[in-house]
Write a protein that binds this ligand. Structure first.
Ligand SMILES: [Zn+2]
Ligand SMILES: [Zn+2]
Length: 289
């Protein structure tokens, strides 16, 4: 759901970047290409290991037909009549605060100062066509949700002679069912039985680093947290890994067979506890639920 919508958003952003925003052409020299933005979704395991991802972007590309000029080579050139070749137009507006002068890029020639007798048939004079492009990016292990990778020169094309823009890829790390992430540290809840908590046990934990043997100490309380050093996420651009915190939860059984019930009653009795385990009481509770 998020992925699909995000993808569309990404494409929308790209075209907003390209076609929105007035930014007038600087004086002198061809205009460099704009940076484009897109999103990339990865899961926590991929964020842990690092991953090479292929993805596609609808990227504006310099028009092959006219080499980005927007007009056929043999088109006649005229000085733009709207701006007299200046490439900019000045508008004067009357506002409650007085007269406001606003200089913008000339809409007729888009700042070039010249118009052509004919537009390129392929790109309609923009010099740019849209193309679905497949790119490959290396996402480093340890990347955080929301961090941005930059691919140089993979953005919108610059005008002939100017540099191309960059592609900025916002990486989104999907939430995980088992692990909660806090920077480079991970948190995990591990259910154990009452006997395991009492006697201690060795349990196999599936971490992002693979299986590890985890020693539940004898006498563990429900809610106790243990730290497995270095079993968290890699630290981006630093050495080592964060830690994995294992929160042990002692699971209270909801259904006991006769043997278990008798054993627990004997356990309580041996400890001198008096528990009213009358069947009628439990029935009442259950029925009222
Ligand atoms: Zn003009
Ligand atoms: Zn063209």
């Amino acid at each position: 759901m998020g992925g699909g919508a995000g993808g569309m958003g990404g494409i929308g952003d790209i075209f907003n970047d390209l076609f929105g925003g007035g930014g007038g052409r600087g004086r002198g020299g061809p205009r460099p290409g704009k940076d484009l933005r897109t999103n990339l979704d990865i899961d926590l395991q991929e964020a842990h290991d690092g991953v090479t991802k292929q993805f596609s972007v609808a990227r504006p590309t310099r028009c092959d037909e006219c080499d980005g000029s927007g007009h056929p080579e043999d088109a006649d050139v005229r000085t733009c009549t709207q701006c007299d070749g200046r490439g900019q137009v000045t508008r004067v507006q009357q506002t409650p605060l007085g007269r406001v002068q606003q200089t913008t890029t000339c809409p007729a020639c888009e700042g070039e100062g010249e118009t052509y007798s004919e537009d390129c048939a392929v790109c309609d004079g923009s010099g740019i066509t849209r193309e679905e492009t497949t790119l490959t990016v290396d996402v480093p292990g340890g990347i955080q949700d929301g961090q941005t990778l930059r691919m140089e020169g993979e953005g919108a094309p610059g005008e002939p002679g100017a540099r191309d823009g960059d592609l900025l890829i916002e990486v989104r790390v999907e939430g995980d069912d088992r692990f909660e992430r806090d920077g480079a540290d991970l948190h995990l809840t591990e259910p154990v039985s009452f006997p395991q908590a009492v006697f201690g046990d060795t349990v196999t934990l599936e971490t992002l680093d693979g299986s590890v043997e985890f020693e539940v100490p004898a006498g563990t309380q429900s809610g106790e947290t243990f730290r497995l050093k270095g079993k968290g996420m890699p630290r981006l651009r630093r050495r080592g890994n964060g830690d994995l915190y294992v929160n042990v939860q002692v699971v209270t059984p909801e259904d006991l067979n006769t043997e278990q019930r008798e054993a627990l009653e004997a356990f309580a009795e041996a400890g001198g506890e008096e528990i009213d385990v009358s069947e009628g009481f439990f029935e009442k509770i259950k029925n009222s639920l």
